[in-house]
Design a binder for this molecule. Structure first.
Ligand code: AMP
Length: 455
């Protein structure tokens, strides 16, 4: 199977080939013809499957082969926006728009990325020129709508990318507001890693007789990811991590923590150990995050410490090492985390440093991935067999604590992230104070809050 046999034009195939891809991935093989046919699509695919090209390539093709309908009285520079791609995070928006530019480099289409946390004025300026394809996060997009600097009345194609994550981050109302601004007749593409009842409800109202595509989840059974658990005491984790990085000469290590504070602290401590490290999370400015990511990609930075939401959508191919410095309390996040490594056929390694407080999280993860992860005790870091579990600070609790400053303090949806699927039980026994009990048999309520939007 080749890209040209999927019905893509020579200019697009050339750009894809120049990027180094010759064989479409399974999601691309299925999504490209479906999108080219003009119908709606509901696709189950997560990051790492090649889903971005799966929708970007056919959108480029459709827009380039059909000129924009004549807009009476509009000069060419003021042609309307024809495709809108919504993403949950800034990083993902930036990466998707980069793909649009890369794959569309031999075409005459114009694209723009729009997200919060940066000055709105250059965006307003840019919107005065021609934009065919807009990639945006929901909050900032609505800011523009409010300021009347954006017209979505002629959108022909809408993409909701990582729709499940958008709902998890509390964007459903924003999405509904945006949908109301679009013309009734349009093509809708929904990409989601999971199909919860909420996603199905959204799809029911949005999609008209969609083609359904589901590619195998890149889950923990992916052969290309070697997974291991290092049991260790909570206060020895940092030394063990530094030891592993130095001993095994790891480079480009993506390290996950549960909280923003934990990410900062760990990056500082690793730096003191002589390991170049930076933290990336929702409280960092966009410029700082972009810089950290660029340095990490170039290999200048040995370690990038990230929270789950900040790491979502980061596209670093052939990432050799993922470390769960702290296990996630939401087991699905483990699968997302290790999906960062071993992609596109490259060997990857995902290791978890697990202390006694996290045994329940580990059991939840092993249940989800349906396998027991191998344990390896590192000499000198043997865990104390008599250690007792202590309660764990979760992301949502960190957010509640840091809520004071209001908007701006939480530039992204971080902290509004998913509540765990079950009532939180402190490892010692009883319910964690302040934990939100789940509805019986259903998902816990998603927090809606004004400060956490992706502006
Ligand atoms: P995505 O799932 O869109 O985030 O893509 C995951 C990774 O796969 C990215 O690094 C893409 O650049 C890469 N990729 C996309 N399509 C292909 C392909 N046909 N062959 C090889 N790699 C690809």
């Amino acid at each position: 199977m080749s890209f040209s046999s999927l019905g893509l034009s020579e200019a697009i195939v050339r750009a894809v080939t120049e990027r180094g891809y010759t064989i479409p991935t399974p999601i691309q093989t299925q999504a490209i013809p479906a999108v080219l046919s003009g119908g709606d699509l509901m696709a189950g695919a997560q990051t790492g499957t090649g889903k971005t090209a799966g929708f970007v390539l056919p959108i480029l093709q459709r827009l380039s082969e059909k000129p924009a309908p004549a807009q009476h009285g509009r000069p060419p520079a003021h042609q309307p926006i024809r495709a809108l791609i919504l993403t949950p995070t800034r990083e993902l928006a930036a990466q998707v728009e980069e793909s649009v530019r890369e794959y569309g480099k031999h075409l005459h289409l114009h694209s723009m990325v729009m997200f919060g946390g940066v000055n709105i004025n250059p965006q307003i300026q840019r919107l005065r020129g021609r934009i065919d394809i807009l990639v945006a996060t929901p909050g900032r997009l609505l800011d523009h709508v409010q300021q009347k600097t954006l017209d979505l009345a002629h959108v022909e194609i809408l993409v909701l990318d990582e729709a499940d994550r958008m709902l998890d981050m509390g964007f459903i109302r924003d999405i509904r507001k945006i949908l109301a601004l679009l013309p009734r007749h349009r093509q809708n593409l929904l990409f989601s890693a999971t199909f919860s009842d909420e996603i199905k409800a959204l799809a029911d109202g949005l999609l008209h007789r969609p083609a359904l595509i589901e590619v195998a989840r890149r889950n923990a059974t992916a052969d290309t990811v070697a997974q291991k658990v290092y049991p260790v005491d909570r206060d020895k984790k940092r030394q063990l991590l530094a030891h592993l990085i130095q001993e095994k000469q790891w480079f480009q290590v993506l390290v996950f923590t549960r909280t923003k504070h934990g990410a900062n602290r760990l990056a500082e401590q690793l730096t003191k150990d002589g390991i170049t490290a930076l933290a990336i999370h929702g409280n960092k400015s966009q410029a700082a995050r972009t810089r950290a990511l660029a340095e990490f990609k170039s290999g200048e930075l040995q370690v990038l410490v990230a929270t789950d939401i900040a790491a979502r959508g980061i596209d670093i191919s052939e990432l050799p090492h993922v470390v769960n410095y702290e296990l996630p309390n939401v087991p699905e996040d483990y699968v997302h985390r290790i999906g960062r490594t071993g992609r596109a056929g490259c060997e990857g390694e995902a290791v978890s440093l697990v202390c006694v407080d996290e045994h329940k999280f580990l059991a939840d993860i092993e249940r989800l991935i349906k396998r027991k992860l191998p344990r390896e005790v590192v000499p000198g870091f043997e865990p104390d067999p008599n250690a007792r579990p202590e309660p764990i600070q979760l992301r949502s609790q960190e957010h509640q604590r840091g809520r004071g400053p209001g908007r701006g303090a939480q530039p992204r949806g971080e902290g509004a992230a998913r509540a765990p699927a079950k009532p939180q039980v402190a490892p010692g026994g009883g319910r964690r104070p302040g934990a939100t009990p789940a509805k019986p048999g259903g998902r816990p309520p998603v927090q809606h809050r004004s400060g956490g939007r992706n502006r």
